[in-house]
Write a protein that binds this ligand. Structure first.
Ligand code: ZN
Ligand code: ZN
Length: 137
């Protein structure tokens, strides 16, 4: 399966190294944010030998190319996910470090209230949830 992101990079004249395409595929095929160190471990597991510096460099490159984005979470190392996914926020388990996506149906109500209360024209927002996952409770 060829990804659109890889195609876009190719069309822009970028080299598609084995590590580069594997990192994109790993990020595309996961439903949660990944930290650089976990990506490194996942690459090793599928037999792609790189060093951690390469992983950081590739992530920096993919950020610049607007293919991935940093996940705005405090109290954990930096995580990354594909850009342009449906709108969602994140949950972080402060015991085991698990991170998950969460989409909230009632979010528009909150945004309307923020606008009403403040009279701001709200352009963006950030929201994150911290607590203990079911396994850690
Ligand atoms: Zn939101
Ligand atoms: Zn947990």
């Amino acid at each position: 399966m060829k990804s659109d992101s890889l195609q876009t990079l190719k069309e822009k004249g970028h080299r598609i190294t084995q590590a580069r395409s594997a990192i994109i595929e790993l990020l595309e095929n996961t439903d949660r944010p990944i930290a650089a160190k976990s990506l490194y471990t996942m690459l090793e597991r599928i037999g792609i030998k790189v060093n951690i510096t390469t992983v950081y460099r590739e992530l920096e490159f993919l950020l610049q190319e607007n293919i991935i984005e940093k996940v705005p979470l405090k109290d954990t190392e930096l995580h990354y996910e594909m850009k342009g996914r449906p709108h969602h926020h994140h949950l972080l388990c402060t015991s085991c470090g698990n991170i998950e996506d969460i989409a909230l149906e009632s979010e528009h109500t909150l945004l309307e209230e923020a606008h009403t209360v403040s009279a701001y024209n709200i352009k963006r927002h950030s929201l994150a949830f911290y607590g203990q996952c079911p396994k850690c409770q």
